[in-house]
Write a protein that binds this ligand. Structure first.
Ligand code: ZN
Ligand code: ZN
Length: 411
């Protein structure tokens, strides 16, 4: 484990910059049993910041795996009323959320994908109101990461258990801008400033379409919705509290037109979905919809993701990150979207963030759909940036602006 003072800084960052816990606020911390040390420090930091009450939602992926093995599909689909009531209670209490992500890659290998899909759909349907609440920024939320041994060994297979664990902690802290000597709160104030400057440039152009090409075979036109908003860095909740949904974050992102995506995109990093790694895959879009796809590994997992619902074959996000950027330069494949998506241009299948269209957080589902904003129970990012990615912005008058040359921002 890193030094206690460093972990305390990280916990403070999650509380004060991530969720920006307000005095007297209710706080929900989501943690697996693998990350209990960090969860305890976050709880302490939240009380120190003035939280009224901190509730920890513990989970354990091994327990979940045992359930997938032994429960029937019908039982897996049962969502008890009390768990829904609990989520409603969190909303009523204006709870903000800090989730510690610590995936265990490969843990669900061999589970019947139908079981995982059925359980996932039942859960997502029942908790749609909660996802809408969070994705609509009605309360502050933030995701940070902490390692577990299996994950660490997957990222650093050549190191001993202890060294791998240590190395993953170091990589997470470094990517999150937490060091022994710095003040992460100040670092993040500066980082947010530069992210906002980039959003402004992109918003001022008001592109009609982005055109992506590279040597791997990506040739994709992504039309943006009218009145789209580029976001990245900190955001405001609808109650006016500034927070950072992701620690770390390096992306500037906006909303694709649900029916305006055409061409082919080739992935450049594996996708860890429901504990399975989908590798070397591509998707082909026509009028916004995935009409063809393939994967060298775990194609079934990709198929079950695409078949989740009507919106899971359409895009909900397009994000730009320079190839020459801190997490990308670390050259570490984290096998975790929170990090890998910040090392590479990416797209997300599924639900769009309402804030990526003007007035979106106040729109109903119908109004969002009218604005060509995709709706789905899922939001799954996948990476396609590489060192020779070219991005051209096409303006409404048809003229073109180079946004990326050879993998990096040029505007
Ligand atoms: Zn993103
Ligand atoms: Zn995303």
């Amino acid at each position: 484990m890193p030094k206690l003072e460093v972990l305390e800084k990280y916990a403070k960052l999650a509380v004060e910059v991530g969720a920006n816990v307000q005095k007297g606020q209710f706080v929900v911390v989501g943690s697996s049993t693998e990350t209990k040390e960090l969860a305890r420090l976050i709880v302490k930091a939240a009380y120190k910041a003035g939280a009224k009450k901190v509730e920890v939602q513990w989970s354990d992926d091994y327990v979940a795996r045992a359930g997938y093995d032994s429960m029937s599909i019908d039982t897996l689909k049962e969502i008890p009323e009390w768990s829904i009531d609990k989520a409603k209670y969190f909303i009523e209490e204006n709870g903000c959320t800090i989730r510690i992500t610590s995936p265990i890659p490969g843990l669900n290998a061999g589970v019947d994908p139908k079981k995982m899909q059925a359980a996932g759909i039942a859960r997502m349907k029942s908790f749609k109101f909660y996802q809408d609440h969070m994705m609509g920024n009605h309360a502050q939320w933030s995701i940070v990461a902490a390692p577990n041994m299996v994950w660490a060994k997957k990222v650093f297979p050549d190191l001993s258990d202890d060294d791998a664990f240590e190395a993953l902690w170091d990589a997470i802290l470094e990517a999150s801008r937490v060091t022994e000597t710095n003040d992460p709160i100040e670092e993040w104030a500066n980082h947010n400033k530069s992210m906002l400057a980039h959003n402004k440039v992109l918003n001022d152009y008001n592109f009609d379409t982005l055109h992506f090409t590279n040597s791997l075979g990506t040739d994709l036109h992504v039309k943006l919705v009218e009145n789209h908003v580029w976001a990245g860095g900190g955001e405001n909740s609808t109650k006016g509290v500034y927070f950072n949904p992701n620690i770390p974050t390096e992306e500037n992102f906006t909303m694709p037109h649900k029916f305006g995506v055409n061409g082919k995109v080739v992935s450049t990093k594996p996708l860890n979905y429901q504990g399975n790694l989908v590798e070397d895959f591509w998707l082909e879009f026509k009028d916004g919809k995935v009409v063809d796809f393939d994967a060298a590994k775990n194609k079934e997992t990709l198929k079950s993701l695409l078949d989740t619902d009507e919106g899971s074959r359409h895009l909900g996000e397009v994000a730009l990150i320079s190839y020459d950027s801190p997490i990308s330069n670390s050259n570490i494949l984290f096998l975790n979207t929170l990090f890998d998506e910040n090392a590479s241009c990416h797209l997300a299948l599924g639900k769009a963030y309402p804030m990526n269209v003007k007035g979106g957080t106040k729109m109903t589902d119908e109004e969002l759909l009218k604005a060509n904003s995709n709706q789905s129970m899922v939001h799954v990012d996948f990476m396609f940036g590489n060192e020779d990615l070219q991005v051209e912005g096409i303006l409404h008058d048809g003229s073109k602006v180079s946004i990326f040359v050879d993998g990096d921002f040029v505007i």
